[in-house]
Design a protein around this ligand. Sequence first.
Ligand code: CO8
Length: 258
Amino acid sequence: MNFENILVYKDGAIGVIKINRPEVRNALDARTLLEIEQALDQWERHEEVKVIVLTGEGDKSFAAGADIKQLREKTAVDALFPGLSGLCRKIENASKVTVAAINGYALGGGCEVALACDIRVATEEAKFGLPELNLSIIPGAGGTQRLARIIGKGRAMDMILTGEIISAKKAEEFGLVSKVVSREELWETVLEKTSKILAKGPLAIRLAKQVVHRGFDADMDTALILEKLAQSILFSSEDKQEGITAFLEKRSPRYQGR
Ligand code: CO8
């Protein structure tokens, strides 16, 4: 597929997906959603790519939400199709680690895409909000659920009902992003996080992601069983032997993903 609305490139072990519609603040129209899905599939299949980064072109916006012009045409039936909601689920379920590098506005569906990523880092200028109620719709791509799970029900309810746009600093206080840095430091921060992740065993990364995501929505007993089973798989892996041997021999581990 020829990408028109996103830029897709590789930087070492990072597969980058950059939303490239700065003239409309990187609003997510149908084509952009389709392209992001295709790019995700491409990076999922790419052996050298271990981390997938979503970001936005320009210094104003990560993504200003669903394309409001296209929303006008949407019918009740359209809301039942996966669309943006399916994309967010796909991001969350990616086998590789996903990072949102938030370079500006992350509003509505744009915020929901960021919420679906495993890790969120932002520039000081970034702003966050779920202003859908201004249009008399609700955050419909998982935002009502993921925001509450990440920052707590009370704060999520406040943001959703008031539509207030919050600063990066406030988002960090809320735990909506894990780090806020200057614009110049954003990519460096992504690289730092990636190099820490790459030093870990690939099987452990994959299972940790699944246990946190799936366990979070399960009851405690089920979640703890998931954790035990994942640990049991890891205990029988060559990588676990290598990790422990390397620690005892005071050297860096050489993981094979087995
Ligand atoms: N969609 C389409 N166009 C947009 C969008 C958008 N979301 N956001 C900005 N634009 C366009 C503007 O219309 C404008 O176009 P033009 O130059 O032709 O007038 C251009 O981008 C620049 O916008 P501004 O002049 O407003 O730029 P500012 O820098 O002053 O402001 C903001 C930037 C704050 C981002 C502002 O543009 C804004 O508030 N945008 C709308 C944000 C919003 O309400 N987002 C939520 C959208 S609804 C949604 O995401 C629903 C998700 C769930 C869907 C589930 C479906 C089943």
